[in-house]
Design a protein around this ligand. Structure first.
Ligand code: TYD
Length: 144
């Protein structure tokens, strides 16, 4: 049984965009049907120095939807075997990160804002914060 999420299956998804016919800019809407999980919490990262990284953990259960509301940043996804980097730089594109994926957010542009819609309230016990523990966890998952 395949237990490692395939990083190739993780794609940017389009957030509906309503362009104003009179040139007053764009409006994007996230309704619950867009996401594969009910939203329980919303938070956002901002004022992140360009040489800092965020994330550096995986979640046991929590699923996440990230949007670069402003500016850009890179998301490094890691399933314990492979890594993939996805750049978020448009407010009408979002990235769903399934549970069981190690993620690092880095290379934040000046003024970048990362919106995060997530499937659960904050629970420290849902985090795997040590990379070695993450690898052990993934190896355990792949065993019959
Ligand atoms: P963390 O999830 O480690 O942030 P990041 O992955 O972006 O680096 O959280 C950083 C700190 O903020 C940590 O002490 C926990 C706290 N925190 C909350 O109290 N509530 C929350 O909803 C979140 C996301 C973090």
């Amino acid at each position: 049984m395949m237990r490692y999420p395939n990083l190739e299956d993780i794609e940017l998804i389009d957030i509906p965009k309503i362009s104003d016919p009179d040139g007053r800019g764009n409006l994007s809407v996230i309704e619950k049907e867009l996401l594969p999980f009910p939203i329980k919490r919303v938070y956002y990262l901002y004022d992140v120095p360009s040489d800092s990284s965020r994330g550096g953990h995986a979640h046991l259960e929590l699923q996440q939807f990230l949007v670069a509301l402003s500016g850009s940043f890179d998301v490094v996804l890691d399933n314990g075997v492979d890594k993939r980097i996805i750049t978020l730089n448009r407010p009408n594109k979002g990235l769903i990160i399934p549970n069981g994926i190690w993620r690092e957010l880095e290379s934040f542009s000046a003024g970048a804002v990362c919106l995060s819609l997530v499937s659960d309230v904050y629970k420290e016990e849902d985090y795997i914060r040590e990379y070695d523990a993450f690898l052990s966890f993934k190896r355990g998952q792949s065993n019959p």
